[in-house]
Design a protein around this ligand. Structure first.
Ligand SMILES: Nc1nc2c(ncn2[C@@H]2O[C@H](COP(=O)(O)OP(=O)(O)OP(=O)(O)O)[C@@H](O)[C@H]2O)c(=O)[nH]1
Ligand SMILES: [Mg+2]
Length: 221
């Protein structure tokens, strides 16, 4: 079966967002303390799991009894997490989390069909790969091409920050360090790198702290 690949040009050609609505959205976001976070990366790397663990404040191991089932995200899921829930501090603000399907070659995909809803006004992109799946690390180059293509076309909007997350570290798999370094120093620039396990909760405090400090505290200063 032929594999339909989305190209960066396809993504940008669809996007004609009016200037007024864009600045209005930015204004509303600022006033209400809303920050938008996009989870990106291949299928089964743990994007939805990361969102669940952040929201529920428990690891997958605590949340799931027995076998951890995989329910792939078919299109897009949106949910909100209060900043004060991430770090148990009195901070005003909300993280609007955008969780999209990892299957980029699907004929129906949020990045193509509703690119503005998925990508517009995003403050942080969390690029996720899994420790036991080197292909998911390689696939991130395609995700990064698509996303940078979109944001380059949005010349009047700020470009989001990209962070890189290696999930499933509980599996103790080895990974090509050179490839990770190449992604870390490639384009777009990665501003932070985390090694985590949604299963055990390892590294989750670091991500939470970074999100809150980066997204909410600098407004206050
Ligand atoms: N061992 C281990 N398994 C994990 C971890 N995080 C997630 N999983 C498992 O990996 C599988 C896929 O996780 P999901 O969060 O659904 O993956 P996803 O990236 O949202 O996948 P798509 O929705 O298809 O794009 C599930 O069975 C999870 O239980 C982890 O840290 N360690
Ligand atoms: Mg998912």
């Amino acid at each position: 079966m032929p594999v339909i690949k989305m190209s960066a040009s396809k993504l940008t050609a669809k996007e004609h967002e009016p200037e007024t609505s864009r600045s209005m959205i930015e204004e509303i976001k600022l006033r209400k303390g809303i920050r938008k976070i996009l989870m990106a990366g291949s299928g089964a790397v743990g994007k939805t799991s990361l969102l669940t663990v952040l929201r529920e404040k428990k690891s997958l191991g605590e949340l799931l009894e027995g076998e951890a089932e995989y329910h792939r995200t078919h299109f897009i899921d949106l949910s909100a997490i209060a900043a004060s829930d991430l770090v148990e501090e009195d901070i005003t603000g909300v993280c609007q989390m955008v969780d999209i399907s990892g299957q980029l070659d699907s004929p129906i995909h949020a990045l193509k069909d509703i690119s503005r809803t998925a990508l517009g006004g995003v403050d942080v992109v969390i690029l996720v790969f899994a420790s036991d799946n080197i292909q998911s690390l390689i696939d991130l180059t395609e995700w990064m091409d698509l996303l940078t293509g979109y944001y380059i076309s949005q010349t009047k909007s700020p470009t989001p920050d990209f962070i890189l997350v290696r999930n499933k570290c509980d599996l103790n798999c080895t990974m090509d360090k050179g490839l990770i370094e190449a992604i870390l120093h490639g384009n777009p620039q990665i501003v932070e790198y985390f090694e985590i396990s949604c299963m055990t909760g390892q590294g989750m405090n670091g991500i939470k702290r970074w999100l809150v400090d980066h997204l909410f505290k600098k407004e206050v200063a």
